[in-house]
Design a protein around this ligand. Structure first.
Ligand code: TXA
Ligand code: MG
Length: 316
């Protein structure tokens, strides 16, 4: 995929152009106080799938949803006392809260990797905030770097990494914080999920208690690693070109099937449809599901990763 990536200035015209691009399902890199984010409309499956594709991210890690203020955040998550205290102390700022997702939130399941929680934050950068206000919707954004590369702290880094793969880059100069936000889990006891731009001590002081830590390494890949999480009720058989009697085919490409991930064989479209179609097949009954072969390239890696989890033998 190669396209012209527009470099937008942080003025009225630039914000309007960026907001239009997001509404149309396009991707816009924008500054936050931590790092540049690669933004897409968090309600639009196709836009969110394209974020993974543009980054070359092999797994569907859940993404952080960016909103302009606390009131907007409350429309997507179940709010509570701890969230209230922390948000009034640190938002806007480099703190991400993981909270239970409201059932009517309307976010793409790709944003949350189909988890019952969502990571949400109100960034502090004036340019990022102006974009969120101009757009008026939730923006899903990982750091705006190709997967496995260093996070971008100025627009030129984004140009170097993602030019030709996204619609636009909103230039807001250098990021103050330069390291990603601190992530705090609040769906149970407050738990530090990722250390980041807001010091843990400040959080503990605001909460009046020490934080639980989620262990060493990169615990944040954990939600996506839970095999059972992706398992539908039905048994799942992969790489099927000839379904057996009674099997329902989840197709890819021009095949006869119950539901098709992408008749055109487009992996971005298939990624956008994946969780929706698995849910739909689950709701239709518990007859076995067969799945067409999916190429192991681009977003196909992430799709096959999730499908393998769905097909893995069950514990009980
Ligand atoms: O500063 C930042 O946080 C930047 C800017 C752009 O906001 N964003 C960022 O996003 O660092 P990303 O995608 O690189 O990191 C988000 C992390 C991932 O490790 C993901 O696993 C975790 O947040 N995460 C997202 N949703 C989660 C959830 N529901 N439960 C647990 N972890 C979650
Ligand atoms: Mg990152």
């Amino acid at each position: 995929m190669s396209q012209t990536t527009k470099l937008l200035m942080p003025d009225t015209e630039g914000f309007e152009d960026a907001a239009r691009t997001l509404h149309a399902g396009g991707l816009v890199a924008f500054p936050t106080e931590t790092v540049y984010g690669l933004g897409g409309d968090a309600r639009n499956d196709h836009a969110v799938a394209r974020i993974f594709e543009a980054k070359g991210r092999p797994r569907f890690n859940p993404l952080i949803v960016h909103v302009p203020d606390v009131e907007t955040a409350k429309t997507y998550v179940e709010w509570g006392d701890a969230a209230d205290r922390l948000a009034s102390a640190f938002w806007p700022g480099p703190l991400t809260l993981v909270l239970p997702l409201k059932s009517d939130a309307g976010l793409s399941p790709l944003v949350t990797a189909d988890l019952p929680t969502v990571a949400i934050r109100v960034p502090a950068h004036a340019v990022g905030r102006a974009l969120l206000n101009a757009f008026g919707g939730p923006v899903a954004a990982p750091s705006a770097n190709p997967s496995g590369r260093i996070s971008p702290s100025e627009a030129a880094h984004v140009v170097a990494g993602l030019s030709g793969r996204i619609e636009a880059i909103l230039d807001g100069g250098a990021c103050d914080v330069g390291v990603e936000s601190t992530i705090l889990g609040l769906s149970g006891a407050p738990t530090l999920l990722r250390p980041g731009g807001l010091p843990v001590e400040a959080l503990e002081q605001a909460l009046g208690a020490p934080l639980a830590h989620h262990g060493k390494g990169d615990p944040l890949t954990a939600p996506g690693q839970m095999t059972s999480h992706y398992a539908p009720d039905a048994r799942v058989r992969l790489d099927v070109t000839a379904p057996k009697p009674g099997e329902r085919l989840l197709g890819f490409g021009p095949v006869d099937c119950t539901l098709n991930l992408s008749r055109a064989g487009d992996l971005t479209e298939a990624a956008a449809n994946l969780f929706h179609h698995l849910h739909a097949l689950d709701a239709q009954g518990d007859g076995p599901i067969a799945v067409s072969p999916i190429p192991q390239t681009g977003l196909g890696l992430a799709i096959n990763d999730r499908l393998k989890r769905a097909a893995a033998p069950r514990d009980a």
